[in-house]
Design a protein around this ligand. Structure first.
Ligand SMILES: *[C@@H]1O[C@H](CO)[C@@H](O)[C@H](O)[C@H]1NC(C)=O
Ligand SMILES: *[C@@H]1O[C@H](CO)[C@@H](O)[C@H](O)[C@H]1NC(C)=O
Ligand SMILES: *[C@@H]1O[C@H](CO)[C@@H](O)[C@H](O)[C@H]1NC(C)=O
Ligand SMILES: *[C@@H]1O[C@H](CO)[C@@H](O)[C@H](O)[C@H]1NC(C)=O
Ligand SMILES: *[C@@H]1O[C@H](CO)[C@@H](O)[C@H](O)[C@H]1NC(C)=O
Length: 396
């Protein structure tokens, strides 16, 4: 209305003037409308009907919805990058029935309605969501929008720079025509069976500048399933240890076209910047540790075996002892008695020899005195012996 008023006041050629929204530039020859860094809060309403390319960037629109675009059946490209858009409402682009390419990069999408991308006739071929997803919740929103959007014709999807760590399984199975999937500059660490299911026409898969350290067998099968697509795997922090063996073997023989020259080790230090393709199992440290492990294992087994044998011998010994317990008891008693006899005799003689009283009596006494001495000494030695015998029995 303001532009119209200005035009009437200035009496300029009304067709040209009315044709261009306030704050925008219109290029009739190239069928292009540009509204760059004008702090627009909403998409201008009066975009001319001849427009094919709409470029609205660097503005301040939080929400775009079905009212944002009126019937503009000739528009094929819409660039809405860097507009701080946080919400995409249902059927936002439904009136743009010829829309081939939509660029929403550099926004902060926190909410994407399940039918935000639905357009009758599925004309959309390119969708740029680079650096535009707020967090993982938005990614799941997007997965739903891809499913409900009927994007049968989508050929190129750019999801780079979104800090993605994980892709929901089967996320791309509802965009069957996808030829280029760009996932560079994210934080992806793994590909799983099903991550790329349903993609039968993929020509380019860009996984560069992520956080992959290696690909496991299921991931390699998933990549192999992509046929002869061009797969970019460079600039990831690959670990060249024995855990990467399957990956190296796959790189050696895959029919997929991989940027082998860019797939290089980040660690260990001695292999840093070495190409993974063509590395031998020895180079990634599989052979030596495996042999050492085997040696270690045999040593351990032999120790265990030795322990078992010793245990068995001990048990047999105890069993034999148990069977002979009566004989043993008899033998112990016999030995004990024999010992007692020997020791008793020995001590008796010792006591007599060492007692000066008794020695005196024995040496020069009468017969009666000798009798007395013998009685005395027997009494002495037997009390002594009762004590000592206890120790001997205890010992036996
Ligand atoms: C859209 O383009 C066609 C031809 O390319 C043209 O005939 C038609 O008038 C255009 N529509 C509008 C609203 O200008
Ligand atoms: C998507 O947008 C980003 C930023 O504007 C740009 O660098 C990138 O080339 C675009 N992707 C495609 C596939 O055009
Ligand atoms: C994503 O951001 C929205 C809005 O800020 C928040 O409500 C939601 O919990 C966040 N989700 C995750 C997984 O962080
Ligand atoms: C990578 O993504 C981050 C946001 O996640 C962005 O700030 C940065 O510019 C991107 N880098 C390149 C080289 O595209
Ligand atoms: C990869 O191929 C090279 C020869 O091209 C071979 O020497 C190496 O052992 C192979 N590595 C693996 C892990 O199969």
């Amino acid at each position: 209305r303001l532009t119209g008023l200005v035009c009437i006041l200035l009496l300029l050629a009304p067709s040209q003037c009315l044709a261009c929204p306030f704050g925008c530039e219109c290029f009739a020859v190239t069928h292009t409308v540009k509204c760059v860094s004008k702090d627009l809060l909403v998409v201008p309403q009066d975009i001319p009907g001849y427009t094919r390319n709409v470029v609205i960037t660097g503005n301040n629109m939080h929400q775009v919805g079905p009212d944002s675009f009126t019937e503009l059946q000739n528009v094929t490209n819409v660039i809405l990058s860097n507009n701080r858009i946080t919400e995409l409402a249902s059927h936002t682009f439904a009136s743009l029935t010829s829309l081939h390419s939509l660029d929403l990069s550099g926004n902060q999408l926190a909410l994407i309605h399940p039918e935000a991308l639905s357009i009758p006739g599925s004309p959309l071929q390119e969708l740029n969501l680079s650096c535009s997803l707020h967090n993982f919740t938005t990614l799941t929103d997007l997965a739903t929008a891809l499913r409900w959007g009927g994007l049968w014709g989508l050929r190129r999807l750019d999801l780079s720079g979104n800090l993605l760590a994980l892709l929901p399984p089967g996320m791309f199975s509802h965009v069957p025509s996808l030829q280029q999937l760009l996932l560079r500059n994210n934080s992806l660490v793994a590909v799983y069976a099903g991550t790329f299911s349903g993609m039968n026409h993929l020509e380019t898969l860009d996984l560069t500048h992520n956080d992959f350290e290696a690909f496991r067998v299921d991931a390699l099968q998933e990549l192999e399933r992509l046929g002869n697509a061009q797969i970019f795997l460079g600039n990831n922090p690959y670990t060249c240890s024995c855990e990467s063996r399957d990956f190296v073997t796959w790189l050696n023989k895959t029919r997929a076209r991989v940027d082998g020259d860019a797939v290089r080790c980040a660690s260990p230090e001695e292999l840093a910047d070495t190409r993974l393709q063509g590395l031998t199992v020895q180079a990634i440290g599989c052979v030596v540790p495996v042999l050492a492990e085997v040696a270690d294992l045999t040593l351990q087994t032999s120790y265990v075996f030795l322990g078992l044998v010793l245990g068995l011998v001990g048990m047999v010994f105890l069993f034999v002892l148990y069977l002979n317990r009566n004989g043993m008891k008899k033998w112990i008693i016999e030995t004990r008695d024999a010992c007692r006899d020997v020791l008793e005799g020995y001590h008796y003689r010792y006591e007599i020899d060492s007692d000066p009283r008794l020695g005196h009596i024995t040496a020069g006494g009468s017969r009666s005195q000798r009798h007395l001495g013998q009685a005395l000494s027997q009494q002495n030695s037997s009390t002594l012996f009762r004590k000592k015998r206890k120790y001997i029995l205890y010992f036996i």
